[in-house]
Design a protein around this ligand. Structure first.
Ligand code: C2E
Ligand code: MG
Ligand code: MG
Length: 584
């Protein structure tokens, strides 16, 4: 260190020099301390005094040695420099110091010089980064990285004796809840859900939030598959109980897929994928349940990929057509309207029902194009439609719930409906799930449709997530009661009760009721005798038919059985004018 020369006598000069050094030392932003071989402080500058809570001064009373967490005595003995991170204080006052220690000898005295920089802010930021990488902010659960790391650690031990289970969980109706109740309630639901899931987990288990409404659960170790099945069944039960959030009673269900180590895979990726496949199977089935992975699911996934490819190709090549099914007045047998039901001609020319591809088209973002193709086909065939069903018949088009809540698509769709020149003949059929996204559909989309005179129908009513009370909020023209209520209605008192309730509520709200999937004379007789329902749609009256072929739609594999059954009831069938002549 260079000090400017001082013009004075020797003693005085030394004093000035000392003051000068002392001032500089005092003003240094870094903390500087000097300790002797007993750990006593020989020098503490102002910054160090503040950091360590010591009195400043070059010969401070070294009473609170405990502040310095490193052992000065030992460091001096070792004679080696060291770099340490020291935490001082706690809570909000917590400080982190990065300190460099250097043992030196000055005038034969062993001394430890330590310089400290306050890195609290940097540390807090690092901690925050660490937390956000490894912990989910909302639920405080570990993230996917943590669970992956844990699984990999267990896999590295490669001990097939220590079995574990990996479960993939997904809420069944989270989007609807979010849309209906808002994101704050949605978030609160996730937090509460995480709490319920976390209950009864062992120290060695781990629950992690993967994204949105997806969770991953690690159960380790496990004894038997049955144990896991029992535990998961209990968990699903617990999740089925209503959640009370913000004054609302919210019902939800969860789909779960489970894979086991080592039975279903020996790497995290394979186990996760297989749990995912099992979950997917549950989603496509009844939802709200759990399934263990099995090898058949792999084949399913492969088949699904093939369908995906061929669907993309079919849309590219516009290999779609429409079958039309009549909505019939059950008192007069007149046709009130028709519903367009999309069909796909697959690569081999076989006709496929929408059940095999509509959901996939929604998932792949291809559904909007498909809906426009359906509308185009209707416009192209309008003369034939009029000849077959009459000029007054309304024309229903199905729109997926996801589309119905998408203002961008609906704007373009409304424009296309208007461009047909006969928008007033159209009815848009959406499932009740679309109405759950109340804010968007009711406020933004409905007025657009009303504006051009298009009717609104609630499709498949009774199987979605809305309730009868939600019906009161919905302003639709028509309500179609799902086939599951109509099948065998004449011998199912419970369904009869539900039907009566829907009927009277719909009547009060001025909505036309349509019974879907009417297949037998007995069902018809019940509707005629015991209800005021006017309209029905079903194989009993007519299957969906292809116009251009002027014959019933080629029976689909899944419809073959019913086809025979409906032929059997033909003698009892009431006189049926239009469309009948196309039946062989
Ligand atoms: P949906 O709108 O409820 O249509 C009625 C479905 O029930 C049709 O099946 C019809 O063929 C079938 N069905 C009618 N009567 C009977 C009966 O008496 N017994 C039985 N077992 N079934 C009957 P499809 O054509 O396979 O369509 C299934 C679903 O696919 C439709 O249900 C609709 O939600 C959807 N879908 C059809 N076309 C389109 C479309 O263009 N776009 C969209 N987004 N979805 C469509
Ligand atoms: Mg429909
Ligand atoms: Mg329906």
């Amino acid at each position: 260190m260079r000090i400017p020369p001082v013009e004075a006598d020797d003693g005085h000069a030394a004093q000035i020099e000392l003051d000068f050094l002392r001032n500089i030392l005092g003003m240094l932003p870094a903390g500087v301390t000097v300790q002797d071989e007993h750990g006593r402080y020989v020098l503490v500058n102002d910054a160090a005094a503040a950091q360590l809570g010591l009195a400043a001064g070059d010969a401070a009373t070294p009473t609170r040695l405990g502040h310095r967490q490193v052992n000065a005595v030992e460091l001096l003995r070792s004679g080696r420099p060291a770099l340490t991170e020291e935490c001082i204080g706690d809570g909000r006052a917590r400080q982190v110091l990065l300190t460099s220690h250097r043992p030196v000898r000055i005038a034969e005295r062993p001394l430890l010089i330590s310089t400290s920089t306050d890195i609290s802010e940097q540390k807090a930021f690092e901690d925050q980064l660490f937390r956000s990488a490894y912990y989910d902010e909302l639920t405080d659960l570990p993230t996917r990285r943590v669970i992956e790391h844990r699984v990999n650690k267990m896999l590295a031990q490669d001990d097939p004796q220590s079995r574990f289970a990996l479960a993939f969980l997904d809420l069944d109706n989270f989007k609807q809840i979010n849309d209906y109740y808002g994101h704050t309630v949605g978030d609160a639901l996730l937090v509460e859900l995480a709490r319920r899931l976390g209950r009864e987990l062992r120290e060695t288990d781990m629950l992690s939030r993967i994204s949105g409404d997806e969770f991953m659960l690690l159960l380790a170790p496990i004894e038997s598959t049955q144990d896991v099945a029992d535990f998961i069944a209990k968990m699903l039960d617990r999740l089925r109980a209503p959640f009370f959030i913000d004054g609302s009673e919210i019902f939800t269900s969860t789909s779960m897929g489970v894979s086991l180590y080592p039975d279903h895979g020996r790497s995290y990726e394979v186990l996760r994928q297989n749990a995912d496949l099992a979950m997917y199977r549950v989603k496509n089935g009844g939802k709200g349940a759990a399934a263990f992975f099995d090898a058949g699911m792999e084949h399913e996934a492969l088949a699904r990929m093939k369908v995906e490819q061929s669907l993309r190709l079919a849309i590219l090549e516009k290999r779609f057509c429409c079958a039309f099914q009549a909505k019939v007045d059950i008192r007069t047998q007149e046709i009130k309207g028709i519903e367009a039901l999309v069909r796909l001609r697959d690569d081999a020319g076989v006709i496929q029902a929408p059940g095999t591809f509509v959901n996939l088209a929604v998932e792949l973002g291809l559904i909007d194009e498909l809906t426009h193709l359906v509308l185009a086909e209707i416009v192209k065939s309008i003369d034939l439609i009029n000849d077959t069903f009459g000029h007054e018949a309304t024309i229903s088009i199905n729109v997926a719930a996801q589309q119905a809540g998408n203002p961008e698509f609906m704007t373009s769709f409304v424009r296309a409906l208007e461009a047909t020149g006969f928008p007033k003949r159209f009815i848009v059929e959406v499932t009740e799930d679309a109405f759950v996204t109340k804010s968007v559909f009711q406020q933004d989309i409905l007025p657009m449709l009303r504006n051009i005179g298009v009717g609104i129908s609630i499709d498949d009513f009774g199987i979605g997530y809305s309730s009868l009370s939600a019906l009161a909020d919905i302003t639709a023209d028509e309500i179609k009661i799902d086939r599951s209520f109509i099948t065998d209605i004449h011998r199912r008192p419970r369904s009869q009760g539900i039907l009566r309730a829907i009927e009277s509520l719909s009547e009060a709200l001025g909505m036309t009721v349509i019974a879907e999937g009417l297949e037998s004379f007995e069902e018809l007789a019940y509707l005629q005798a015991a209800t005021r329902i006017r309209y029905a749609q079903g194989y009993y009256f007519s299957r969906p038919i292809f116009l251009e072929e002027l014959r019933p739609a080629v029976p689909l594999a899944s419809e073959a059985r019913v086809s025979l059954a409906s032929r059997a009831v033909q003698p009892n069938r009431p006189a049926y004018s239009r469309g009948e002549r196309y039946r062989r």
